[in-house]
Design a protein around this ligand. Structure first.
Ligand code: KG4
Ligand code: ZN
Length: 336
């Protein structure tokens, strides 16, 4: 069979990214232009600024990727774009840009769900083998997803309130750490001890998660100690918080493995970039004799390589979309 080249486009949050992927799993070139420094000044992503920056940068990113790959848009077999979920303004920029490329160069258009992208990032290291269990942990999502086959997603557990990454970002702000919170909390936690007693989320018998109580406990503890004029041991607080949050992720993943008797687990999304989480999850999987696979850190956070990877099964099935494709801020993975 002839080689298939897919150009992926991602702009759902604060990264403008494009990637060219061969046959659904071989990276030819990827560019990720992050706006992190700009948003860091505001302590989080400002949607209006994000969409304006996507508009300013997107043609530059295309030029860059084509130069790196030494290819032309004409060489592509399809254009894939994140259409949901995410910040609507950002998604719109990517979707409209993809439509223009599809129309002008007469290439099929593929609509990719962002979370499907995070899951399919694994194909860049190791082909997904079904059935599998995916723990998706990002800034907007915390979900346990069972997959029987390509695009057969069954969400068996999800957060009832905050996403894990969102919680890391909030705790980072409270601790005076810059955005994005996760990697900075991780760094601080490395130097701390888990000496603060924080509440374990109360969702014991279900596969759902809840992180808002834990987040509030950190916020309140910090506030009360500061009010009393006591010193907050930030390193210890970061470590205590991280330990409880990760224990919860590992505990529910273990419950899901045992309930559904799966043999393969993958982790996906920004929070799975954490070395501490990777180690804890690996230990648990070793204990249960289950194979764990996690994409390299650069493919855990938002990127377009994962979008092109996730588009490949759709290309094979010729699941293309028309130029009336709309960006949407909220679409369940169920909808796929
Ligand atoms: O997948 P992602 O890049 O964007 C979304 O789709 O949300 O995930 C970003 C999230 C942020 O909340 C960030 O704080 C978190 O992933 N994150 C981490 C780490 N690296 C990124 N959380 C904990 N530890 C990390 N090392
Ligand atoms: Zn993401």
């Amino acid at each position: 069979m002839k080689d298939i080249y897919i150009l992926g486009i991602e702009s759902s949050c604060d990264e403008t990214s494009m990637s060219i992927i061969k046959n659904g799993c071989i990276e030819i070139a990827t560019t990720v232009l992050t706006q992190m420094d700009t948003h860091a000044k505001f302590g989080g992503v400002v949607p209006e600024i994000a969409s304006r920056m996507h508009t300013e940068n997107i043609t530059m990113v295309l030029e860059d990727i084509l130069n790196k790959a030494n290819m032309k848009v004409e060489d592509m077999d399809a254009i894939a774009v994140t259409y949901a979920p995410g910040l609507l303004g950002g998604l719109l920029v990517g979707v409209e840009f993809a439509k223009v490329l599809s129309y002008v160069y007469n290439k099929p258009l593929i609509a990719t769900h962002h979370i499907a992208g995070h899951i399919y990032a694994n194909n860049l290291v190791e082909k997904l083998e079904f059935p599998l269990l995916a723990l998706v942990v990002s800034g907007g999502h915390t979900e346990l997803v069972l997959m029987e086959d390509d695009y057969k997603f069954k969400v068996i557990g999800k957060t009832l309130d905050d996403a894990a990454g969102e919680c890391f970002d909030k705790v980072a702000r409270v601790l005076g750490l810059p955005y994005p919170g996760g990697p900075n909390v991780e760094k601080l936690a490395l130097e701390g001890e888990p000496t603060y007693d924080l509440p374990v989320p109360m969702t014991n018998n279900s596969l759902d998660f809840s992180f808002s109580g834990l987040k509030s406990a950190v916020v309140n503890l910090n506030h009360n100690e500061t009010q009393r004029g006591n010193e907050v041991r930030k390193k210890d607080l970061a470590r205590s918080f991280q330990d409880v949050a990760f224990e919860e992720l590992v505990k529910k993943t273990k419950m899901a493995i045992e309930t559904y008797n799966v043999k393969r687990v993958i982790m996906a999304g920004g929070v799975s970039a954490s070395k501490a989480l990777r180690t804890k999850m690996q230990d648990m999987c070793d204990e249960l004799n289950v194979k764990l696979s996690v994409p390299p850190i650069k493919y855990c956070t938002d990127n377009a390589a994962m979008i092109a990877c996730a588009a490949y099964p759709k290309f094979i099935k010729k699941e293309f979309v028309d130029l009336d494709l709309k960006a949407e801020s909220q679409v369940d993975l169920f909808g796929e």
